[in-house]
Design a protein around this ligand. Structure first.
Ligand SMILES: *[C@@H]1O[C@H](CO)[C@@H](O)[C@H](O)[C@H]1NC(C)=O
Ligand SMILES: *[C@@H]1O[C@H](CO)[C@@H](O)[C@H](O)[C@H]1NC(C)=O
Length: 351
């Protein structure tokens, strides 16, 4: 009888430790779940059959010189938001073994480079948004219930957690902008944006139906200004405005789509990062943000990366440095204009 009581006591302690890990830390929210493309991929693609991987030097040079699969010299936007929320950096879904997944209650990263909103957007193997949400569904229905003693507690946890989506760029870079060279089947940019936004909206609704309420959405930025598209002249470097005009309808219409969704999904809250606006601010006075170069990739062809990585906006042909990610994350977390209508801090406290 005594032995039985001791065992019972020990198992209670174990349970409390588990719950403490998920609740009683100093974090502002219980968890951060991340969906998206290479802008926030934390290593899912390392496990897939694709050339779109960032698990070799010089990626991660400022992440303890460890090439984790992040497409940057250091932390991504999502990593920095997690830290600001007081959470561990969410591990990538495919790097956690199936039997360990249930132990992670502070958030998971499903993002995958070279994928997008549409199933047809891909370059080699990657996790489309549909697939990412399929995995998240498995997290919510199979893994998380093992951590919660009641459905009500799980529901509460899901409603307080934050869902960050950074996706859509590849639906242009690897899809629409490429097709245009050939057949241009998808008609005008406005219609294409509508189509993407409908798909994005229905995926957000799936997360909502599983219990998510608080969303941070990173739209498509000025793709015409990345080193891969920029127009280089002898005395200046101009953004490719033709490309920018084609991608702009997406970010212009994103707030309307989310406003519409908000009326349909009761209790939902959205934060949108306006990357066009933030980029314009930085481009107008780079020095104010500590940048000396906002046009070139820090990593040259096969060469070593630049030394002054804090002064470069771009790390490679299409991805930003940690310095850039820090600026966006700081502004979105507590600034007043980058993330609207709420910054992340306000989103945390809103209900
Ligand atoms: C970082 O790792 C690369 C590749 O493993 C190595 O060549 C380089 O010397 C390392 N740099 C530092 C500062 O440790
Ligand atoms: C994308 O593929 C998934 C299966 O992998 C399917 O369930 C979904 O309906 C597809 N979405 C579209 C928009 O075709």
């Amino acid at each position: 009888m005594f032995k039985f009581k001791v065992l019972w006591f020990i198992s209670l302690i174990t349970l409390q430790v588990l719950l403490a890990n998920s609740y009683c830390t100093k974090s502002l929210v219980p968890a951060l779940y991340v969906f998206g493309d290479s802008s926030v991929d934390a290593g899912n693609n390392n496990n897939l059959n694709t050339a779109a991987k960032a698990n070799t030097f010089p990626y991660g040079i400022d992440f303890n010189n460890c090439s984790t699969g992040r497409f940057s010299n250091g932390k991504t936007f999502a990593d920095i938001i997690a830290i600001k929320l007081g959470l561990p950096i969410p591990p990538s879904y495919l790097s956690v073994s199936e039997i360990e997944r249930y132990q992670i209650a502070s958030g998971i990263n499903y993002a995958s480079a070279s994928c997008g909103i549409l199933n047809s957007t891909r370059n080699g193997e990657c996790l489309s948004l549909d697939k990412q949400i399929e995995y998240f569904t498995s997290t919510v229905t199979k893994d998380l219930p093992r951590n919660f003693r009641s459905k009500t507690k799980l529901k509460h946890y899901l409603s307080k957690s934050i869902y960050l989506l950074s996706i859509g760029s590849n639906d242009y870079i690897l899809n629409y902008l490429r097709q245009e060279i050939g057949t241009n089947q998808d008609g005008n940019p406005e219609e294409y944006a509508d189509y993407l936004l409908r798909q994005l909206g229905s995926n957000i609704k799936k997360i909502y139906d599983l219990g998510g309420r608080k969303f941070v959405i990173i739209g498509v930025g000025p793709i015409g200004c990345i080193p891969g598209y920029i127009i280089r002249k002898s005395h200046s470097q101009d953004c490719n405005e033709d490309v920018n005009q084609k991608v702009k309808p997406f970010s212009k219409k994103l707030p309307w789509m989310l406003q519409e969704l908000k009326t349909q999904l009761s209790g939902s809250l959205f934060t949108i990062l306006d990357s066009f606006k933030v980029f314009k601010k930085i481009r107008n006075s780079p020095e104010k943000f500590g940048f000396t170069n906002i046009c070139d990739s820090c990593v040259g062809e096969g060469a070593k990366p630049c030394e002054n990585r804090k002064q470069y906006y771009f790390y490679d042909f299409g991805h930003t440095t940690e310095a850039t990610n820090e600026i966006y994350a700081n502004k979105c977390f507590s600034g007043r204009h980058a993330c609207v209508p709420l910054n992340v801090e306000q989103l945390v406290h809103a209900h």
